[in-house]
Design a protein around this ligand. Structure first.
Ligand code: AHG
Ligand code: MN
Ligand code: MN
Length: 323
């Protein structure tokens, strides 16, 4: 089985980027270990604090954020960090070549039920002119990413990553601590019969999403002429992993409850890295109005509507939005 280093070198990744990725993955291995200890290490449950998005932080949100922040800021490769769990950017090394955005623990409501969770990350170049504490350098469209991925803490710890030359899957070999290639150049089937959406929010969706999902639910008796299956992990990493493995469509759509919040998921460290992985595997990722990777961010915690997965199904869903 090929090692991560070999694959990154074959894909032409520059040495400093490889070293940064290895550093980031060292942090993820530590998170994987802490997650695995669960109740034995007293890491489950909530803290008394909220993050900038007004969500109660789980103990593992705080621990994972700290592990990543410590390791990345000491590495020297990183100029600044933006994280779901940090109100503003964290300045690191003024000479660092890269910016890293991350969701330290995605799906953290799953921590207390021993279910799927993961870390999502994206890496871009740091502009030389940039002051490390200035958030504006993070406001680049997703097309500028040089690498993105997630580490899924499941029955096995898996990494999905792209540097723009396909999406590859790796499994952490816990006996020696290395990520070994599980599948190279994964390809998301263009068609699917499986969708993922939190339908408890249905009454808050706009008409195009209402119509699209209602047509899926009519199955073989409706305009789609086939039956669909539904899955919802409650952690985007889990849902996107399933879609990378066997296809499907995932959506967290626009929600009419608060017009100022155009969706739940965050552009920089959820929607963008997942869109890069999905596109590099032959899938598609849209806000309903355009390609997610082309959205110009206006702030680091910006949220976007998300529709991603199997290409033809995403196009069908987006078609309802342009009717
Ligand atoms: P996080 O745990 O990082 O806040 O992200 C949770 C996100 C995403 O992973 C998942 O798809 C979605 O929230 C689940 O939302 P619901 O609880 O509304 O189902
Ligand atoms: Mn998340
Ligand atoms: Mn999170």
């Amino acid at each position: 089985m090929k090692r991560l280093n070999t694959v990154l070198q074959n894909d032409g990744a520059p040495l400093e980027l490889i070293l940064l990725i290895r550093t980031l993955l060292a942090a993820c291995k530590e998170i994987s270990f802490r997650v695995g200890q669960g109740a034995l290490a007293g890491v489950l449950g909530s803290t008394l604090s909220e993050n900038v998005q007004g969500e109660t932080q789980k103990k593992l949100d705080v621990i994972s954020n700290q592990i990543l922040k410590d390791i990345l800021s000491e590495s020297g490769y990183v100029k600044a960090i933006s994280s779901e769990e940090e109100e503003t950017v964290v300045p690191c090394n003024p000479d660092g070549k890269y910016l890293v955005s991350y969701d330290p623990l995605d799906g953290s409501s799953n921590t207390d039920i021993n279910s799927l969770i993961g870390t999502i990350f994206s890496i871009t170049h740091a502009p030389q002119w940039m002051d490390p504490s200035d958030p504006s350098a993070f406001l680049q469209p997703g097309t500028q990413m040089v690498a993105a991925g997630y580490v899924l803490y499941g029955p096995s710890t898996m990494l999905a990553m792209t540097t723009g030359r396909g999406t590859h899957l790796y499994t952490l070999d816990k006996t020696h601590g290395g990520f070994l290639l599980a599948e190279e150049n994964i390809s998301v089937p263009e068609q699917t019969k499986e969708f993922a959406i939190n339908s408890s929010n249905q009454r808050h969706w706009e008409a195009p999403m209402q119509d699209y999902i209602s047509d899926l639910l009519m199955g073989s008796e409706g305009p789609r002429g086939k039956d669909f299956n539904m899955r919802w992990v409650g952690a985007m990493v889990g849902d996107i992993h399933r879609i990378l493995c066997r296809g499907g469509i995932f959506s967290y759509p626009f929600d009419k409850r608060n017009p100022k919040i155009p969706g739940k998921l965050r552009l920089l460290y959820e929607a963008n890295p997942m869109s890069f992985l999905i596109e590099q595997a032959g899938g598609a990722a849209s806000t309903g109005a355009g390609r997610i990777l082309e959205v110009m961010p206006t702030e680091i915690h910006q949220r976007v509507p998300v529709i991603m997965g199997s290409k033809e199904e995403v196009e069908t869903c987006v078609g309802y939005h342009s009717k």
